[in-house]
Design a protein around this ligand. Structure first.
Ligand SMILES: [Zn+2]
Length: 89
């Protein structure tokens, strides 16, 4: 077994081949949750690899609102702060 495949994060599945032999198949772990850029809270989004996300339609890749990298709460705070900064000038 390759050194990289000995990690406990990789799931090992024993499969029986058509030739009646047992082989080990490896399942890569799911990628981590997306996190908010300001508060670090988890963002509810599909936990997919970049290659799998590329296959989805654009509307399913990220939320359809400004600042998709932030959680909704931080997005609201950021927009309020931006508007306040403009009003002061
Ligand atoms: Zn946040």
């Amino acid at each position: 077994m390759r050194r990289a495949l000995r990690s406990t994060k990789i799931k090992k599945i024993v499969k029986r081949t058509p030739g009646n032999r047992l082989t080990i198949h490896f399942r890569k772990p799911k990628p981590n949750y997306a996190h908010c850029g300001i508060c670090g809270k988890k963002i509810v989004r599909a936990r997919l690899r970049a290659s799998e996300i590329r296959k989805l339609p654009k509307v399913q890749r990220r939320p359809e609102r400004p600042f998709p990298e932030l959680c909704p709460k931080c997005m609201r705070e950021k927009i309020k702060a931006m508007i306040r900064a403009v009003v002061k000038i």
